[in-house]
Design a protein around this ligand. Sequence first.
Ligand SMILES: NC(=O)c1ccc[n+]([C@@H]2O[C@H](COP(=O)([O-])OP(=O)(O)OC[C@H]3O[C@@H](n4cnc5c(N)ncnc54)[C@H](OP(=O)(O)O)[C@@H]3O)[C@@H](O)[C@H]2O)c1
Length: 340
Amino acid sequence: MKYKFLGDTGVLVSELCLGTMTFGGEGYFEVMGKVDQLEATAQVKTAFEKGINFFDTANVYSYGRAEEMLGAAFTDLALCRDEVVIATKARGRMYPGANQIGLSRLHLMSSVDSSLHRLGMDYIDVFYVHGVDEYTALEETMRGLEDLVRSGKVRYIGVSNHTAWQIMKANGIAEKNGWTKFVACQHYYSIAGRELERELVPMMKDQNLALMPWSPLAGGFLSGKFTRNNESTGDNRRDSFDFPPVDKEKAYDIIEAIQPIAENHGVSVAQIALAWLLHQKSVTSVIIGAKRPDQLLDNIAAVDVTLTAEELAILDRVSAIKPEYPAWMIERQSRDRLIQ
Ligand SMILES: NC(=O)c1ccc[n+]([C@@H]2O[C@H](COP(=O)([O-])OP(=O)(O)OC[C@H]3O[C@@H](n4cnc5c(N)ncnc54)[C@H](OP(=O)(O)O)[C@@H]3O)[C@@H](O)[C@H]2O)c1
């Protein structure tokens, strides 16, 4: 397991992060999996023993149950708080009330208190805003986050599912006011979903922001169990929950390109899909998710896969995104800027 810096913070996180969206399985989240406390504790134990020091949850996962289970797992395993980096999030609706949603100072402040209570912890290492709130001014959100950091309840702040310009604007507001800036981005990224390479990845590189890809297997689609001839194998989340959206024809081309590479390495298709992400320079820590112990072990083993330049080129070609304006114009106009 390698460790990478969380942006400019000096904090090291493992190149894999354990996601907890399968913990609990209550209500809307039932389709993700119904990992119970014993299994959740076993997942955390396996992950920690394999070198994972980074754990991702959110207030909305099973409406707080995932946070409770993650906290209980740390207590059960008597893990030292300082040895792990814990991330949680807020934005989604938790309760029916008018203000139980969004990125207002009001909701962020109460969300952090509730998350700390459920986790049984005194502080959150990385607190993400879980998505865009079009009804709250960025100044309001950034000021609320600054106060959370100053209060000691939050160490670092991160941003999820925002556009590049929104992140730049938010950090600009923070910088102008001497407030805490976002250090990490949690966005969807997989070999079948590379759209963030257009604007977000260059921005993150320029700003030295950490990138934590979510749904690295596109919700299980890239595990190899779905093929053109067998779209459903039963008891899979993607059977009834078609998310994240995938261009299926292109994804099958990608899976077919992965298969011989996986066979050559003697590993699973899932491991190659994860290894491809781990080989991307922009990626800090890939957030893996598992419904069963064998999936977790399979996914963790991806850190041992080294892809050759030729294999990376094959995978890059089959999964490349179409150039979009102004990217193709910038590339064209930049050609004669090269020193021959
Ligand atoms: N910020 C956000 O908006 C956001 C959104 C989504 C997720 N996340 C975070 O990212 C984490 C990971 O997301 P994800 O769960 O969607 O990741 P994923 O890796 O794309 O999908 C995980 C699912 O794929 C299947 N799977 C995993 N490994 C497998 C293997 N080796 N072989 C066969 N099937 C396998 C399992 O479901 P089945 O067995 O049912 O197929 C598993 O639950 C979450 O836990 C959460 O922490 C964040």
